[in-house]
Design a protein around this ligand. Structure first.
Ligand code: HDE
Length: 714
């Protein structure tokens, strides 16, 4: 192990080399017990007589069953459902002015990473498409030790202080008496808590937006959420906010679609990530930083330490400093994705914490939780967790210790071991905490600078396009519609009214209750008993009235690529081969994937007697699993108008605002479909077959992701 570590440090596959050490394969090997004894019969237990009782001495049966009995470990209390991948991070430009972190200074290094995406509330087996925050946790295996950037796909959080985290999680998880609902926030306890915690309103706007139902894990932004510090080699500190910007753009699905995907394929995101990587379509994100000098700490209308606030990109631009590529799926889900242990407290010299009270609480929680989840303080030795930097200290023993530390010395200072291992001076890379001056009374309190709970909720809401605002209103109407306690709905309307009167009125109308007049002033229940009635939330007018970066549709970095998008080709025997070929090759040239769907598997015959292999049948394929749909020309295509699944396919595509292209007989099917006969610009048809102009317009349209304008006519 020692030798491998030295050579493993050099580049992107350094962690892969390190993991090789623990990999096994059974290829051409005998089946054995855990003790290495070859097994002759793996089908029958040892019995006294063929029909007699089993014998306790059957060590092979005992070992097999015992191991099986203990295969499960507790799932994560939050973020239980996850998907992960290996990759590497490349730096674009040295950041020495701000941070001395080695991996942020040397552009020649490719730092290995392991990234785990997750939903938050649901259990391990729950659906990928829950309306929820997504975890975005990145472990950088740097040459100076592991740095974990344990973020989310939203830049703010529900609460301001770690003290409230268990309450928040108890409220959002399935209710304790009947464990219902699974992976859903649409229930009384969640909204009861939220309605009493006005500080959550900014985050609520994000969670009710389409950010909470991503199209793909590859199409989400990531955020470090808290303000961190960069420390340079002069020991100067700058505040920093971390951003991940996906190369494929940030996209969501429609809520009705999300619910249907959960039924058709609850592993939709997991599979999408897996297949993209297997196909060599490696997902990429650029790393951006917002850097704020110490001197500017109090320059903003909000407190940099308050995790319910973001720093608008219009106030402090995001500087792109590097790129992360995910290029390898895990070999074993349990060993890697399940056993990986992230911790915001895993930092390296050059990076430090701020006093954000949520972050400070997290610094305790993550090691603690690994102790119960992974069962031992030696979880850092699990292959996926171990650093590729040299690791030596005097920590010893504990459950399942792997390392065989030689010698008689396990204390410091020592003379018997020659003083080893040594402490590292700062210029030798030794970590020192930023020497911030703190002179204060010990208090259990919340800073008054955290009291503005609404301005940024307003900023977020106002920055959305009308379509996105409608989606927020619909999401709130769905969620609160599932709440049974009327008083909770009313309290929520009171809070929404602080964000936007029209929003509150729309939701109120859907809930059948007027916006309560006597709740103009929301009460903050998140205070100590002696402070009740004090520290009421205030609304401070932000300098930035609008921030395009907060809208998925207006975001200036929006991408119109259709790379890796899945386009359904609704086919039948007697299809026009030139129609299929022309569209297929145009889409493939643009990086998308054409999926041939037909009434049966095998191949379909084309009009000119050729054969096209079929990917899926109408029994399996569903519109919600695709980004767009094409119906080619061909005599046999007309018969599709009788296929029930084709009608459903088109209806769903239409209702979920997808782009539909069709040629000749295909175009006729679209026209004959009652629900969609009224054309809109999202339906692109031609009477010709194999029309190159059609494929060009279809590809351009698909780059917009959805024709959301259609919603007005639905
Ligand atoms: Fe976490 N969080 N969290 N969290 N969190 C966990 O750690 C916790 C918070 C985040 O893929 C747990 O290993 C507290 C914010 C991610 O393995 C646990 C507080 C953000 C993941 C825990 C927070 C996160 C976790 C559960 C408030 C975004 C999944 C299992 C003080 C910046 C990591 C585990 C993975 C996981 C505690 C709030 C992100 C219990 C106490 C804010 C992405 O330790």
């Amino acid at each position: 192990m020692k030798n491998s570590k030295k050579t493993n440090q050099d580049n992107a596959d350094g962690k892969q080399k390190d993991l090789e050490y623990n990999k096994s394969t059974a290829e051409n090997e005998f089946l054995t017990t855990n003790q290495g004894v070859k097994i002759n019969d793996n089908n029958n237990s040892l019995k006294s007589g063929e029909r007699g009782p089993s014998l306790l001495e059957d060590f092979i049966l005992r070992e097999k069953i015992t191991h099986f009995d203990h295969e499960r470990i507790p799932e994560r209390i939050v973020h239980a459902r996850g998907s992960a991948a290996h990759g590497y991070f490349e730096l674009y430009k040295p950041m020495g002015e701000y941070t001395k972190a080695g991996f942020l200074n040397d552009t020649t290094i490719k730092t290995p990473v392991f990234v785990r995406f997750s939903t938050v509330a649901g259990s391990r087996g729950s659906t990928d498409l829950a309306r929820d925050v997504r975890g975005f946790a990145v472990k950088f295996y740097t040459q100076e030790g592991n740095f974990d950037l344990v973020g989310n796909n939203m830049p703010v959080f529900f609460i301001q202080d770690a003290m409230k985290f268990p309450d928040l999680v108890h409220a959002v998880k399935a209710e304790p008496h009947n464990e219902i609902p699974q992976a859903a926030s649409a229930h009384d306890t969640f909204w009861d808590f939220i309605s009493l915690m006005p500080e959550s309103m900014h985050m609520i706007m994000w969670v009710m937006s389409d950010r909470a139902i991503p199209r793909s894990l590859r199409m989400m932004e990531g955020f470090g959420v808290h303000t961190f510090r960069f420390i340079n080699d002069k020991n100067e500190s700058h505040f920093v906010k971390f951003h991940w910007k996906p190369k494929l753009g940030t996209h969501g699905v429609a809520w009705d679609e999300a619910q249907k995907i959960s039924g058709k394929n609850s592993d939709f995101h997991k599979l999408d990530l897996w297949e993209a990587i297997e196909a060599g379509n490696f997902p990429e994100w650029e790393l951006g930083v917002q850097i704020i000098p110490e001197a500017d700490e109090h320059k903003f209308d909000f407190d940099l330490l308050d995790p319910t606030k973001l720093v608008p990109e219009e106030l402090v631009p995001v500087t792109i400093i590097g790129k992360m590529t995910l290029n390898k799926n895990p070999d074993n889900f349990f060993a890697e994705t399940e056993q990986v242990a992230f911790h915001p407290g895993h930092i390296v010299p050059g990076i430090d914490f701020s006093n954000d009270p949520l972050l400070q609480g997290r610094l305790f929680s993550y090691t603690d939780t690994q102790l119960s989840r992974l069962g031992s303080p030696n979880f850092h030795e699990i292959p996926i967790n171990r650093t590729i930097a040299p690791m030596h200290n005097n920590q010893r023993d504990g459950h399942m210790r792997q390392e065989i530390a030689t010698g008689r010395v396990s204390y410091h200072p020592n003379s018997l071991g020659g003083g080893c291992p040594f402490q590292a001076k700062m210029d030798q890379g030794g970590f020192t905490s930023f020497n911030e001056c703190v002179d204060a009374h010990k208090v259990r309190a919340r800073s008054a600078s955290f009291a503005d709970h609404f301005s940024q909720a307003v900023l977020f809401y106002n920055s959305q396009t009308p379509i996105e605002q409608d989606h927020i209103a619909s999401a709130l109407s769905f969620e609160l519609g599932k709440v049974e306690t009327v008083a909770i709905r009313e309290r929520m309307l009171g809070l929404l009214n602080q964000v936007d009167g029209d929003l509150a009125a729309t939701v109120g109308k859907n809930l059948g209750i007027p916006v309560p007049k006597n709740m103009e002033k929301p009460v903050n229940h998140g205070v100590g008993a002696d402070d009740e009635g004090k520290q009421e939330p205030t609304k401070v007018k932000q300098k930035t009235g609008n921030s395009d970066a907060l809208s998925m549709l207006k975001n200036p970095t929006i991408s119109d690529t259709i790379e890796t998008r899945q386009i359904a080709f609704l086919c039948n025997d007697n299809v026009s081969s030139s129609s299929v070929k022309t569209m297929k090759s145009a889409l493939e040239n643009a990086g998308a994937k054409a999926v041939i769907i037909a009434p049966h598997l095998g191949t379909i015959a084309t009009e000119d007697g050729a054969e096209i292999p079929v990917d899926q049948t109408y029994k399996i394929a569903a519109s919600v699993l695709f980004d767009g749909v094409f119906i080619p020309a061909g005599k046999g295509i007309s018969e599709l108008s009788k296929v029930k699944e084709v009608k459903e396919f088109l209806n769903d595509s239409y209702n979920h605002c997808k782009f539909i292209a069709a040629e000749a007989e295909g175009a006729q099917i679209v026209k004959n479909q009652n629900d969609i006969k009224d054309k809109d610009a999202g339906i692109i048809t031609t009477e010709k077959a194999a029309d190159k102009a059609l494929s060009t317009s279809f590809i351009k349209a698909l780059g917009r992701h959805r024709f959301w304008e259609r919603e007005k006519s639905l």
